[in-house]
Design a binder for this molecule. Structure first.
Ligand SMILES: Nc1ncnc2c1ncn2[C@@H]1O[C@H](COP(=O)(O)OP(=O)(O)O)[C@@H](O)[C@H]1O
Ligand SMILES: [Mg+2]
Length: 238
C-alpha cells in the first residue's frame, strides 16, 4: 500500500476561536500504518488530531479524507465517512456492561453484521469475551482502552484517531495498551496515535510526526525520529 494516504492536511492553519495553535501543517497519513504524533506538552498534538476530526477552527488549508475534501464537515459527518476518534478519558459508558457498550456501538447494524463484528472484536481482544457482563466502569484502565478500541471496531472505521490511550497508566499497563494498538493495526486498521510515551510508541509506529510549537518539526519513519539524537534529546526527553 506504499504511497497511499487516507488523510492529508494541506497547509492547514487551525486553532480555537481566535487562538491559532497550528501553523501551516502539511502531512499525510498512510493507509494501513500506525502514525505516531509526539512532541512537548502543549505543542499541538491533540489539536492536530482534533483538526483531522473537525473539532477545531480551520482558518486556512484543506483536510482531505479518503479522497474527498472534508474541511467543512462537522465531526459526526466525518464519523459517518469512517473516522473514529477515541478520547483520552470517558471513552466508554461506565454504567453499562461491556456487551451493552458493544451493542450500543453497533445499534444500527443488521444482526448478521453485528455478530461478525463481535466475532472480530473477540478474536482481537479475547479478554473482553470473558468480561461481557461486567460494568465497563469496573474494568482496569488498560481494559477500558481495549473496550474503547473494540467500540471503534464495531463501526469498522477507515481510521482510528487515538489520543493518549496510555495517560495515567503504569508503565506496564501502558505497554499493554500499545500492544492493543498493534493488534488493531495487524487487523488492517489505520491508526493515528498521539502519545507522550515517546519511545514505546515510536517503537510500534511506522511513521513519526514531531509537533513543536504548532508546527511540524519532523515527518518521516518512526525509527528515524527515535534515533535522531538532536530532536529526541531536545524535544522528547530521550
Ligand atoms: N479547547 C481549547 N480551547 C482553547 N485553547 C486550547 C484548547 N485545547 C488546547 N488549547 C491550547 O492549544 C495549544 C495546544 O494544545 P494541545 O493540542 O492540547 O497540546 P498537546 O496535546 O500537544 O499537549 C495549547 O496552548 C493549549 O492551551
Ligand atoms: Mg494532548
Amino acid at each position: 500500500m506504499a504511497g497511499q494516504w487516507v488523510i492529508k492536511l494541506e497547509e492547514v492553519s487551525a486553532g480555537y476561536g481566535k487562538l491559532q495553535t497550528l501553523f501551516d501543517v502539511t502531512v499525510e497519513i498512510p493507509k494501513g500504518e500506525i502514525t505516531v504524533i509526539v512532541g512537548p506538552n502543549g505543542a499541538g498534538k491533540s489539536t492536530l488530531l482534533k483538526t483531522i476530526f473537525g473539532f477545531t477552527n480551520v482558518y486556512q488549508g484543506r483536510v482531505l479524507f479518503d479522497g474527498r475534501d472534508v474541511t467543512q464537515l462537522p465531526p459526526h459527518d466525518r464519523a459517518k465517512l469512517g473516522m473514529t476518534f477515541i478520547f483520552q478519558l470517558d471513552n466508554v459508558f461506565r454504567e453499562l456492561t461491556v456487551m451493552e457498550n458493544l451493542r450500543l456501538a453497533g445499534y444500527d447494524l443488521q444482526e448478521e453484521v453485528f455478530r461478525s463484528r463481535l466475532e472480530e472484536v473477540f478474536n482481537m481482544f479475547p479478554r473482553l469475551k470473558e468480561r461481557l457482563g461486567q460494568k465497563a466502569g469496573t474494568l482496569s484502565g488498560g481494559e477500558k482502552q481495549m473496550l474503547a478500541m473494540a467500540i471503534g471496531v464495531m463501526r469498522s472505521p477507515k481510521v482510528f484517531l487515538i489520543d493518549e490511550p496510555t495517560a495515567g497508566l503504569s508503565p506496564k499497563l501502558a505497554k499493554e495498551v500499545l500492544t492493543y494498538v498493534r493488534i488493531l493495526n495487524k487487523e488492517g486498521y489505520t491508526v493515528v496515535l498521539v502519545e507522550q510515551n515517546v519511545k514505546a510508541s515510536l517503537e510500534i509506529g511506522d511513521k513519526g510526526i514531531l509537533v513543536v510549537n504548532g508546527r511540524i518539526a519532523f515527518d518521516g519513519p518512526a525509527g528515524e525520529l527515535l534515533r535522531s539524537k538532536d530532536l529526541a534529546r531536545m524535544y522528547l526527553g530521550l
